[in-house]
Design a protein around this ligand. Structure first.
Ligand SMILES: [Zn+2]
Length: 264
């Protein structure tokens, strides 16, 4: 079995403020260490279920957060950005049996995390077919396009609840809950134990986690600054809806993800 793991940091146990997510800051190291531990816990769950190859995408900011020396021998780690539309799931392809998302967070425009955002912090929300889209949703569509089900998610409570509505077969572990500007987290060691067990359970029913790809993607992005909406409106197929908002329609996941890469 071959498993893909994408790891972000805002949904890692304890993480509450932007400074804690930024490489080089004094308050960053302990959370990068916990990010590594949660990635390792996911690997251990996958290995227990028979995974022979695991590909890990470090998917936050610099994409140089995970400590490679702590990872099991059957893993490969992708650090930095490959500059392609797959972004946080770059490296994924149709040879994988399942995908796992660790440390994910609520979408822009939602109050499930003090660090809620989608892809970038320059927007108030991105809607896909009328619903506010999280990175979980965007990356689930990209995975589905390769025929790879997302079987496990860890992160904040609201995202876990939304993920269950989107993909009822998925196994989730809420390591924290966002309350206004605060987070309330479970014990970090317990989080790792629950992730290990959750990944095992998810990999027991991979085919139950298949999702349908919509016939088309009606996308709306509302930027914080009007200049960004104007800039995006010049991309082929993108139209400006009002001072801060653009729209585009994509017929395929590829087109959806490629336009996203250029304008958000
Ligand atoms: Zn992130």
């Amino acid at each position: 079995m071959k498993v893909f793991i994408s790891v972000d940091i805002e949904g890692i146990t304890g993480v509450t403020a932007w400074s804690e997510t930024t490489l080089g800051n004094s308050d960053y190291s302990q959370f990068a260490e916990q990010m590594t531990k949660e990635a390792v816990a996911a690997c251990e769950g996958a290995i227990a279920m028979g995974a022979k190859e695991i590909f890990i995408k470090d998917a936050h900011d610099s994409a140089r957060n995970i400590d490679i020396t702590k990872l099991p021998k059957c893993t490969k780690l992708s650090r930095g950005w490959t500059n392609c539309p797959d972004s946080m799931v770059a490296g994924l392809d149709d040879t994988f049996d399942a995908a796992i998302f660790i440390g994910y967070h609520s979408a822009a425009g939602c109050d499930g995390s003090p660090l809620a955002h989608t892809m970038n912090t320059n927007n108030n929300y991105m809607k896909v077919n009328g619903e506010k889209a999280s990175e979980f949703i965007i990356n689930s569509y990209i995975a589905a396009d390769y025929g790879v089900p997302v079987v496990f998610l860890s992160g904040d409570k609201m995202l876990c609840e939304r993920a269950k509505e989107f993909n009822p077969g998925i196994e989730t572990v809420a390591v924290k809950e966002g309350v206004g500007g605060a987070t309330v987290s479970i014990n970090p060691e317990l989080a790792c134990e629950m992730i290990r067990e959750g990944v095992k359970n998810g990999l027991k029913h991979i085919s139950a986690c298949k999702i349908d790809i919509p016939d088309k993607f009606e996308v709306e992005i509302n930027y914080k600054e009007h200049k960004d909406a104007r800039h995006a409106s010049f991309y082929p197929g993108v139209t400006q809806a009002d001072s801060h908002t653009v729209k585009y329609t994509a017929g395929t996941v590829r087109e959806f993800a490629t336009t996203r890469m250029f304008i958000l």
